[in-house]
Ligand binder design. Sequence first.
Ligand code: NAI
Length: 396
Amino acid sequence: MIIEPRTRGFICLTAHPKGCEQNVLNQIEYIKERPVKEGPKKVLVIGASTGFGLASRITSAYGSGAATIGAFFEKPPKKGRTASPGWYNSAAFEAQAHKDGLYAKSINGDAFSNEIKAETIDLIKQDLGEIDLLIYSLASPVRTHPDSGERFKSVLKPIGKTFTNNTVDFHTGEVKEISIEPCNEEEIENTVTVMGGEDWQMWIDQLKAAGVLSENFKTVAYSYIGSSLTEAVYRNGTIGKAKDHLEATAFKITDSLNDINGKAYVSVNKALVTQASSAIPVIPLYISLLYKVMKAEGTHEGCIEQIERLFNARLYAENLDLDEAGRIRIDDWEMRDAVQAKVLELWKQATTETLPEIGDLKGYETDFFNLFGFKVEGVDYDEDVEEVVNVPSIKE
Ligand code: NAI
């Protein structure tokens, strides 16, 4: 079928298999030129199909030849209905990895559940014996708790008082003020339950009990801090509480891994356009100004550049360069004073009229469509393509 983007708000309902494939191949090429010396060999990535998780899978496989198991929650295609982009990404990744002689298998389902954890452990036992790296890159608005069966929803709200600031609708370019009412206590707890560290800890506990973690095992989860412009709704808001919990969990996990000399880290990453971040109010305006500033100074990075730097300059380098709270920082270029000062200055000037000039709205929009395999260079969108594409290791 001929596949075109069909957007609704901050999501796109269709995805293009060839565009997703091209995105994956571009990331693979990037990593092939930047091998990771003494990198990981057997890797599990939770949230492996898009964004930072996909980049982590590609960096593991093509940086140091790692066998990868990727877990994710994606919608498979049907005749006449496209899959979600993470499905097409994973199909393309696996197909290419297999061609290149790399082990790659995937598990599609709810990673919060005990069933998916058990299935993953069985697969590790059967095929790899153990893993030496687990990347936890899950971003989800909901979680069904595996013990109680209760379903929790996260919210993106400020705490304590109403937050009013500008945001942009990147489809229309309209800059407008929004107000977000503060959350209640229960919403904080629910957001922590969904996006905090409990599930990460459960994964590690169950993997360890099954005896599938190697000596010197490492695990990394991703966090965000960001600027004073977004802090009321992000770092000091409900999601920030969840990130505080995730960061505290890293220390608990490290304690629990003493006997195998295991370590858990949180890496604070840069703000980037992903499906998760497009849903957060105010972030799109911040990102379009940030991109403009960082592209102008030549320090802009996407997910693959970020994760390559995480592996090569931190995780598998001499010095992790941890901050005062024990976190890895690859948001260091975003957080430089000069960059933040420029973004703040531009923020004051940003209106519907000025944004196309002072911000990188085009870059934001292109990145957004790229997430779904659209507007990707070298792809012929007039071509009739097969929408039913399999992930080789997933049996229907
Ligand atoms: P994303 O939306 O691109 O990826 C989310 C991944 O989680 C996908 O692979 C999806 O299939 C998987 N997933 C969602 N629910 C699942 C479930 N129930 N079971 C199994 N898999 C599930 O998100 P992104 O942006 O790459 O986020 C990953 C992590 O990075 C998050 O913790 C996020 O907070 C963090 N981060 C994101 C930043 C950004 O600007 N995008 C910046 C810094 C950190």
